[in-house]
Design a protein around this ligand. Structure first.
Ligand code: NOJ
Length: 965
């Protein structure tokens, strides 16, 4: 959230504005004029114009890029050479080095640079100190593995093309055509991804700004310089660009890169968060019902953002999956500069001779970034899981969070005093509403100086943290990247003295406006800044902090109230003299990383997993902690918009995501608040939050029946924590999303490819369709197969592929259990997850039509890194022929035995079998190893399934056992 820029330079005006906004509820709507459209972003317009020229020229489009075959060399999975770009009719060329790497993982990478810039043989204007090269360090932030070159790839070449076979058993093929340059990626005989198929490759090469004098002088006037520009090119934004009152000096001139990527036969593409539209991306370029502008990735604090829009938001993951029946492929565009992506779906004309075979759709995408390299990874699947896994191998899998972090978080801007925090804490306990974390927004500080506490309102942070600790609860406090520019604040003094701030284009410390007023920004690209940042979080330095205090990083796009598009000028300079333009989308991640590192090293020997929430993110941020979708509104359509966003984040490798429950701006009606809690209980990151101007809305304030219903939604989350934690474990080892869209689980079922209002939780077969519309009494839920499904709460059965009506009165979330799964739960309500650590489990077996079921459970201490040394329990559960068996699927490590000892008294208190066969009616006991346990058979009501209960089977969760029914 920010205050509009024209007011923001006046601190007093800011205060007046805040005061006024408390009196009125202003109309909410995005300020379009603060953000560029494609037409207003020079390189976006230029690349679209280039595409238009190509389309207009049709088959006579003369692609100016060709590989010069004599430059090619092949070694150890790498094909290297030079692309020549013809830049004028005289045949003059520019040399663009290209490296195509074929990786052991089966992924391929194409990198195109520019020789002149690479060698630094260019001139910079305005005495700029910026680096001359194209930014080539995105990799060092985003990539953590998976780059080992293939040892088995082979290359064959003739005069026109090079053919590389790679991947497991040589199943993939890349055909690199020399003239014009293009690459077709094939799986088996089928082309799945095409680069430069439409000839839109565009590397804006360096050129000096040449001014020539106009031939005639107009009577005594100054001579006006004019530019020499190749025909057809729009040079108006080559050398500087103005927007909203600021001018970008662009010392390196035009330098954008663009490329078309086509997915033949694919009609769905997903990913490229963060946007507020549907999971299956819409077309751009203003075809009917679609977006006018391309999807934009330029991390920004978009005030009062609207939903269903390709407008940029706070984070950027330039990774896309394309999906058709039984095939998924993906691309990752590794570039940290402002990026736009056009999406067009083209149906091939129906061939009347094809006798009923429908026409096929190609999805044609066009990617362009303002600066940097062309650096594209191509993943050939064939399943969604393969693609997500391959992407995670490169950028890392999601952090395995502390268990408290996946429980419920209670936040608002602001809890006013330490007594207020303690009061909310007590009231949540009194009303038996579980929560794990309470949050402090910016007002806890002394005048927005981070690492301080307001002495009047927070005189005793230690006492506050101690009270929370009594219920194993935590505190999260906000710390933003802007550092108040004021006297007598040692943090800003050190920042300046140590030279760790971001600089402006002239090399002075950059000054802008944010919450504290005049501020400087820490430059976390600088390793020395990270070292300094770490020192600030030591318990001895950050007075009043303790080991149950964790951190929230906000405003790290960075948000600058008086900056262009509420962020930093693009010609600002970072560590290494890289322009802000080059690194903008990574900036937020570098700050998140510094805080993560800082929490890791708060005290020697304290080996706890950090928890840091971020608003801004890039590919790789998933390694560092959770994100949330920013400043949404207390409106039904914002509630509905959150799931498609979270699903898209999940398939783009960032599953630890959530939206502000209740809506940030505005006051939700009680029905909306209740539905939002029921939905939020299915967000991987589950936090209630509200703007400073809103009324208090802690769950116990809602009154009955709402408080009771919200409490039950929260208890449902807590009871399913074993399921959530297991899903986080899976995501942390192979990148599988925590909440999974239909296409991911049913890649053959075309009906579900665009479904984004219902989803599965982990691999549990739990299928949920949260209510997101006002006054709903039921939802239409799509069942994708012929398995039996049961209502989670009353075991009502549903069978048959297709749409079913599920009752959804206010006190109910439509949640089904798919037959064939085993679901571990913990059913004893507690104040926090920490207090549930040694509680017994309930195991729910949901029988399939065939009478079988499987499941898994992952458990560890929930806070340390000991799991890396084997301190965890990982079990598979199988039910077949009336026998339930628990087997170890973990790998023994140094700390396994020690950990298992701590868990030896954690048992299973009951086993429920849903869909129990009638023959079990007569049973009074079942065999549990060598002993027995008593049982009960419950005949279901007419349309509800019978269920069977095994009472106190006396088995430990960490051991092997068998139960024979
Ligand atoms: C903007 C964030 O998006 C919001 O959640 C927070 O409350 C405000 N900044 C104040 O820190």
């Amino acid at each position: 959230m920010h205050v509009s820029s024209n007011l923001s330079v006046q601190r007093t005006a800011c205060l007046v504005l805040v005061a006024l906004s408390c009196l009125f509820t202003p109309a909410i709507s995005v300020k379009y004029e603060n953000f560029k459209t494609c037409d207003q972003a020079g390189f976006c317009k230029r690349n679209r114009q280039y595409a238009d020229r190509a389309v207009a020229a049709g088959s006579s489009w003369d692609v100016p890029y060709q590989i010069s075959p004599d430059t090619l060399s092949w070694k150890n999975g790498l094909l290297q050479g030079t692309i020549l770009k013809t830049i004028n009719e005289d045949g003059e060329t520019v040399r663009l080095p290209i490296t195509i790497s074929f990786l052991e993982s089966g992924s391929a990478r194409v990198v195109i640079d520019e020789e002149k810039r690479q060698k630094g043989e260019i001139g910079l204007r305005h005495n700029s100190k910026a680096k001359k090269q194209r930014y080539n360090e995105a990799e060092s932030w985003a990539i953590v593995g998976g780059l080992a070159p293939s040892t088995t790839a082979t290359e064959e070449r003739d005069a026109k093309k090079s053919v590389v076979k790679y991947g497991k058993d040589g199943q993939f093929e890349a055909v690199i055509t020399f003239t014009p340059f293009g690459i077709d990626f094939k799986r088996g005989a089928i082309t799945e991804v095409k680069l430069n198929d439409r000839g839109l490759l565009n590397v804006e090469h360096w050129r000096p700004k040449t001014d020539k004098l106009e031939p005639e002088k107009k009577g005594g006037e100054e001579e006006t310089p004019v530019l020499e520009v190749p025909a057809q090119e729009d040079e108006s934004t080559w050398w500087d660009e103005s927007f909203g009152g600021s001018t970008d000096s662009k010392p390196r001139g035009p330098e954008s890169v663009g490329l078309d990527i086509t997915f033949p036969g694919y009609s769905h593409v997903y990913g490229i968060p963060e946007h507020s539209g549907p999971l299956s991306l819409k077309e751009t370029r203003a075809t009917e019902g679609n977006y006018q502008d391309p999807y934009r990735l330029y991390n920004a604090d978009v005030f009062e953002y609207i939903i269903d829009s390709p407008m940029t938001l706070y984070g950027a993951i330039p990774f896309m999956q394309a999906h058709r029946k039984d095939s998924t492929v993906g691309v990752f565009w590794l570039n940290a500069a402002e990026t736009w992506i056009d999406v067009i779906k083209e149906k091939e004309a129906h061939n009347p001779l094809s006798l009923g075979i429908g026409s096929k759709t190609d999805t044609k995408t066009h990617w362009f970034s303002e600066s940097g390299l062309v650096d594209v990874f191509v993943f050939l699947g064939p399943t969604p899981k393969d693609v997500t896994k391959a992407y995670g191998e490169l950028t890392g899998y999601t952090q395995l969070p502390q268990e408290f972090a996946i429980a419920y978080h209670q936040c608002r801007w602001n809890y006013n005093t330490d007594e207020d925090v303690k009061d909310v804490d007590r009231k949540m306990s009194k009303h038996q509403i579980p929560y794990d974390v309470i949050w402090l927004d910016i007002e806890y500080t002394h005048e927005k100086e981070y690492f301080t506490w307001d002495p009047l309102n927070f005189p005793n942070p230690t006492g506050m943290l101690a009270q929370l600790d009594q219920s194993e609860r935590k505190l999260v406090a906000i710390i933003d990247p802007h550092i108040k520019n004021t006297n007598n604040y040692h943090i800003v003094d050190e920042l300046k003295k140590k030279g760790l701030a971001v600089h402006n284009k002239d090399g002075n410390i950059y000054e802008g406006w944010c919450w504290p007023g005049s501020s400087h920004w820490i430059d976390c690209f600088n390793p020395a800044a990270i070292t300094w940042w770490k020192s600030l979080f030591q318990y001895s330095a950050f007075k009043g902090s303790a080991d149950n205090l964790f951190i929230w990083n906000d405003m790290n796009e960075p948000s600058v109230f008086n900056g262009p598009e509420t962020t930093m000028p693009k010609d600002n300079l970072h560590y290494g003299d890289w322009e802000h333009r080059d690194v903008h989308n990574i900036n937020g991640m570098t700050f998140h990383n510094a805080t993560y590192q800082a929490l890791l090293s708060r005290k020697k020997g304290e080996h706890k997993r950090p928890f840091v929430l971020t608003r801004s993110f890039y590919s790789g941020s998933q390694r560092l902690g959770a994100m949330w979708t920013g400043d949404n509104e207390a409106k039904w359509d914002h509630l509905a918009a959150a799931f498609p966003m979270i699903l898209n984040l999940g398939i783009a490798g960032y599953p630890f995501a959530g939206a502000d429950v209740g809506g940030f701006f505005g006051n939700p009606e009680k029905e909306l608040l209740t539905r939002w809690y029921q939905a939020g209980a299915f967000y991987p990151f589950f936090r209630g939050h509200a703007h400073i101007d809103t009324r208090r809305r802690e769950p116990y304030l809602a009154g009955e029946p709402y408080t009771g219903i919200i409490s039950r939604a929260l208890r449902l989350r807590y009871s399913l924590l074993p399921v959530w934690y297991t899903a986080f474990h899976i995501a942390s080892v192979d990148g599988t999303p925590i909440i999974r869209p239909h296409f991911f689980e049913y890649p053959s079922d075309e009906t579900g490819f665009a479904t984004d209002d219902q989803f599965f939780i982990g691999s549990t077969g739990l299928l949920v369709h949260p209510v997101v519309t006002e006054g709903a009494e039921s939802v239409e839920m799509y069942i994708p197969d012929t398995e039996v499904y049961y209502d989670y709460f009353d075991y009502k059965g549903y069978e048959g592929k297709g749409v079913h009506t599920i009752e959804a009165p206010l006190d109910k979330t439509p949640l089904l259990m798919q037959g064939g799964h085993i679901i571990p739960r913990k059913d004893r309500p507690r104040r926090s997850s920490g207090l549930m650590k040694f509680d017994p489990y309930t195991i729910v077996i949901v029988l399939s039509i065939a009478g079988t079921a499987t499941g898994e459970l992952y458990v560890d201490d929930g806070d340390s890194f000991d799991y890396e040394s084997g301190a965890y329990i990982h079990r598979s559960f199988d039910f077949e022929n009336g026998v339930l068996e628990s087997k170890n699927i973990g790998v023994k490590g140094k700390l396994t035995d020690k950990y298992l000892k701590t868990m030896k008294n954690v048992g299973v208190e009951k086993i429920i079998v849903v869909g129990a066969p009638l023959e079990w009616k007569e049973k009074t006991t079942v065999k549990v190893g060598k002993t027995e346990a008593s049982v009960e058979y419950h005949a279901g009501e007419p349309d509800k399934a019978p269920w069977f209960l095994v009472k106190k089977p006396k088995i430990a969760i960490g051991e092997d056992w068998k139960i024979e029914i």
